[in-house]
Design a protein around this ligand. Structure first.
Ligand code: NAP
Ligand code: MG
Length: 493
């Protein structure tokens, strides 16, 4: 396909008619009529009125998922057939790639090129990967005494509720929905209030692709109402969450206060990016800048703390600053844009508050720091150096394009700094010393360590955090652990 121009995308945006109904039990569901506005970060205009689910709609959606699990075809299909349905779903997503990418760029402000090339590729690939493996799982027959037979079988847990954030609206959803469906569970998805439109469209596409009614339901609504109702619901067996650490705590409480449903948490981060003096500095600088500014810095894995050896700090930071200044901030619908808009006015104000407190604490601004004087929610890519470990910028997740640079003199100090956080999602290490790379990646407490790269990987490796970044893993076969139970059957012969 010839690459679409800015004008092409603007015309498509003008023609787009977003889906503004829930998707429940294989059909559109208008809800109670209550709505909330979805605002485009690129210009602050209202894109659509999304349906606002409360307890009633959540009850209807969970009941549909419950019925579909207890008596419907989905968990009872031959695994190969479930797999084929997921592959058809992946094809359907691919066929609507343009529309879904556009919806995401409009509702949460990322560049259209990244929505199309990166996010939509990941979404289709995720459904495809779990579709392909649906009939390739093998259960266990342990060794037993001669008069017995034991079977250890994996069973779907039941109704899964997925509550997800807005930064990668469909990827975060797919990482939960695809393995849950592949396992034979049924699902209710609640997207973030900032990005409901892509998810509502996804719900309809599932039915168009032939998933049976109730297997995959989508309700839009706000966290404290619809999210809480799912968290407390007695008929939800598993709650899979991606979002902030603060809201993760709520879900653990909801589970304790209701049916002790299992809660899986993918939470925030303050990931360290360690650069040793022997590293390829130009590659490390490119990676540091790309990592923190990709997706407007709205990444749970963003390498938001650049830990650099004192001897190379000046050179490295200068190179990162140069790359920050070379970014093209602009309309997310312009294919040449490399940094789009922050998700909303309130989020931009929060990020600006982090910047103000970094100034107040005595960090040195090297570039950026200001919003753009134009409609929409745009912020310059921002770099602070002379950050010390006690400063808020070294400790708190910003979830925006703001880099904190700290320095170290020894490897031990680097590791100590890296671990001086309540988070443990990811880390990066840059060095040409193989032993140092292994020593550091062992010593850093994080779910993922990247050596001489960042944000790389495939669907066959697990993703998730330790410490207060959460627990449980998305992606890979390990994700199935979240959506299956082991049953032991012991037979006396
Ligand atoms: P958030 O505020 O925690 O919201 C996440 C989801 O929880 C949304 O659907 C939200 O609904 C819902 N929610 C909010 N308050 C709730 C409540 N009281 N009860 C039940 N549900 C509630 O996070 P966000 O601002 O959307 O996303 C940013 C955060 O996500 C960052 O901390 C980031 O690090 C984290 N994140 C983590 C990963 C990972 O894989 N580890 C990936 C991406 C993002 P509403 O939108 O309606 O409030
Ligand atoms: Mg939110």
């Amino acid at each position: 396909m010839a690459r679409l121009t800015h004008q092409d995308w603007l015309e498509r945006a003008a023609r787009l008619r977003p889906v503004t109904v829930h998707h429940i039990d294989g059909a559109d569901h208008p809800g109670s009529g209550e709505t909330f506005p979805v605002i485009a970060p690129r210009d602050g205009t209202v894109l659509a009125q999304a349906p606002r689910a409360g307890q009633e709609e959540v009850d209807v959606a969970v009941a549909a998922a419950r019925r579909a699990f207890d008596t419907g075809p989905w968990p009872r299909l031959a695994p190969a057939e479930r797999g084929r349905a997921l592959l058809r779903f992946a094809d359907t997503i691919e066929a609507h790639r343009e529309e879904l990418a556009l919806t995401i760029a409009l509702e949460m402000g990322k560049p259209i090129t990244e929505a199309y090339d990166i996010e939509l590729r990941a979404v289709a690939a995720t459904f495809r990967w779990y579709g392909e493996m649906a009939d390739k799982l093998i259960d266990e027959v342990p060794q037993t005494p001669a008069d017995a037979l034991a079977l250890v079988t994996r069973e779907p847990v039941g109704v899964v509720a997925a509550v997800v954030p807005w930064n990668f609206p469909l990827t975060m959803a797919a990482w939960k929905v695809a393995p849950a469906l592949a396992a034979g569970c049924t699902v209710v998805l609640k997207p973030a209030e900032q990005s409901p439109l892509s998810a509502l469209r996804l719900g309809r596409l599932a039915t168009e692709a032939g998933l049976p009614p109730g297997a995959f339901n989508v309700v839009a609504g706000e966290g404290p109402a619809a999210g809480r109702a799912l968290g407390l619901h007695p008929d939800v067996d598993v709650l899979a969450f991606t979002g902030s650490t603060a809201v993760g705590r709520h879900f653990l409480r909801y589970a304790a206060d209701s049916n002790l449903k299992r809660v899986w948490l993918e939470l925030g981060g303050k990931s360290p990016h360690i650069v040793l003096p022997d590293a390829d500095l130009s590659a490390a600088a490119a990676s540091a800048a790309w990592g923190i500014f990709f997706n407007q810095g709205e990444m749970c894995t963003a390498p938001s703390r650049l830990l650099v050896h004192t001897s190379i700090a000046d050179e490295l930071v200068a190179a990162v600053v140069e790359r920050a200044r070379a970014l093209r901030i602009g309309d997310p619908l312009d294919p040449d844009t490399t940094m789009g808009a922050l998700v909303g006015a309130a989020h931009l104000a929060r990020v600006e508050d982090h910047i103000a407190r970094a100034h107040a604490a005595g960090a040195r601004l090297r570039t950026g720091g200001a919003r753009l004087d134009r409609p929409g929610h745009f912020l310059e890519p921002t770099v602070f150096d002379r950050v010390t470990p006690d400063m808020p910028l070294a400790r708190e997740e910003v979830f925006g394009p703001v880099l904190a640079v700290l320095t170290f003199d020894t490897e031990d100090e680097a590791v100590q700094l890296a671990n001086a956080t309540e988070y443990g999602l990811a880390a990066g290490v840059w060095t040409t010393d193989l032993s140092a790379a292994h020593r550091i990646s062992r010593a850093v407490r994080a779910g993922t360590v990247w050596v001489n790269c960042y944000e790389e990987g495939g669907l066959n490796v697990p993703f998730g955090g330790v410490k207060q970044s959460g627990h449980g893993r998305d992606k890979s076969l390990h994700a199935l652990d979240k959506y299956t139970d082991l049953k032991t059957t012991w037979i006396r012969l």
